[in-house]
Design a protein around this ligand. Structure first.
Ligand code: 3HC
Length: 338
């Protein structure tokens, strides 16, 4: 059913394409479980392409979380108050934790963490386009929370029902924390817009002007140009399409922007009575493609920061391994004695 087109012509070799009766039965049982809305666990049989799709998406997601720590980490020392510093510090730590849950979920599929990091550091792996934009002012912290974390939640809540259980379980916890991230960002902007100076209000508007379109792009290419969507939707890895999520995000953001008192930088935003949704202007997909190809404003800087962190942290990994080996060595006689 779902995967035959991909599985029957392995590497284009018709000999390898012949599948055993057992394999066909396993495939049918898998498809039936997906149809019934059941969750797939790490030890269950799954088609190769399902496994690869999950490793691709979960690892990209994990990389996005840890690269996503960089633009905000940059502002921890410059937060305007102790309260804002504590919130930002907690948020950035949360992102690191999300990365770890997700790497662990990807590892359950048989890919090692070293392989995942190698793909990131060598530039072979993708991470979210959004983290290749710079954070220029303090208002960017609130705006990233409101728009970027807002877009992330919109995309991630449906993944709590992803057919692969370890990913779904990780997402439940992540979404709770992302919800706090979005709220703290919005509250920070609200404070500046309600009680701030004219200069602070202008700073918020400038941040919204810069982050709006990259946030709208975050949902990925339009459905008719999204090569992975159809299969991922059939497998229950994705539950809602890129365009539908984007529309939900725009609909929610328009009302939130009105309450904040900021203008979204899209002259074509208009309520469509017939669709019962907000129409919005054309997205600059050339910019999106350039960012994915490594030519965004901060791609090189972000990747270099991750590579540096990996190399400078080598001694910590070595020390941890040496310590674990020593404990193991010391534990053996005691175990034997018991
Ligand atoms: N940035 C970078 N690459 C993107 C992208 C984006 N915003 N949107 C799509 N792409 C890539 C896809 O990964 C795919 O590349 P690949 O085939 O080489 O892997 C290609 O563009 C085509 O896109 P598709 O729509 O066909 O790909 P998917 O079906 O995988 O859908 C997705 C893309 C919607 C991002 C999906 O992978 C997804 O939902 N991923 C999980 C969520 C996630 O990774 N979010 C990233 C942000 S996390 C975050 O923001 C942290 C928070 O703390 C703020």
């Amino acid at each position: 059913m779902y995967t035959q087109a991909m599985d029957t012509m392995k590497d284009g070799d018709p000999v390898k394409a012949v599948r055993s009766v057992d394999e066909v039965r396993l495939q049918e049982a898998f498809d039936a479980r997906i149809d019934a809305g059941e969750f797939i666990e790490a030890k269950d049989w799954m088609p190769d392409h399902y496994r690869k799709t999950l490793v691709r998406q979960i690892s990209q997601h994990a990389h996005s979380e840890i690269v996503g720590m960089l633009p905000e980490g940059n502002w921890i020392t410059r937060a305007p108050t102790l309260k804002r510093k504590a919130i930002l510090l907690a948020k950035v730590q949360d992102e690191g934790g999300h990365g770890l849950y997700l790497y662990a979920a990807a590892e359950t599929l048989g890919t090692s963490r070293d392989q995942l990091f190698d793909a990131l550091h060598s530039g072979r792996a993708k991470y979210s386009s959004i983290f290749n934009y710079p954070t220029l002012t303090w208002a960017d912290m609130g705006t990233v929370g409101w728009l970027v974390d807002g877009a992330a939640i919109m995309n991630q809540v449906p993944i709590c029902r992803c057919s692969y259980a370890p990913y779904a379980r990780a997402m439940i916890r992540i979404c709770r924390e992302e919800s706090f991230h979005q709220r703290q960002g919005y509250e920070s902007l609200l404070t500046m817009m309600m009680r701030g100076t004219d200069a602070q209000k202008a700073m918020v508007q400038d941040a919204v002007d810069r982050w709006w379109w990259p946030s709208v792009m975050m949902f990925g290419p339009p459905d008719d140009q999204s090569p992975n969507s159809a299969q991922s939707m059939r497998w229950g890895i994705k539950r809602v399409s890129n365009d539908d999520l984007r529309q939900k995000f725009v609909d929610a953001a328009v009302e939130q922007a009105r309450i904040l008192g900021v203008t979204l930088p899209d002259p074509d935003l208009a309520w469509n009575e017939e669709r019962q949704h907000w129409d919005f202007g054309a997205i600059d997909w050339a910019e999106f493609r350039a960012v994915l190809a490594g030519d965004g404003p901060c791609n090189r800087e972000r990747l270099q920061a991750r590579v540096d962190a990996w190399e400078e942290g080598a001694w910590v990994r070595e020390a941890a391994l040496a310590y674990a080996a020593k404990r193991h060595h010391n534990a053996i006689p005691m175990e034997r004695a018991a």
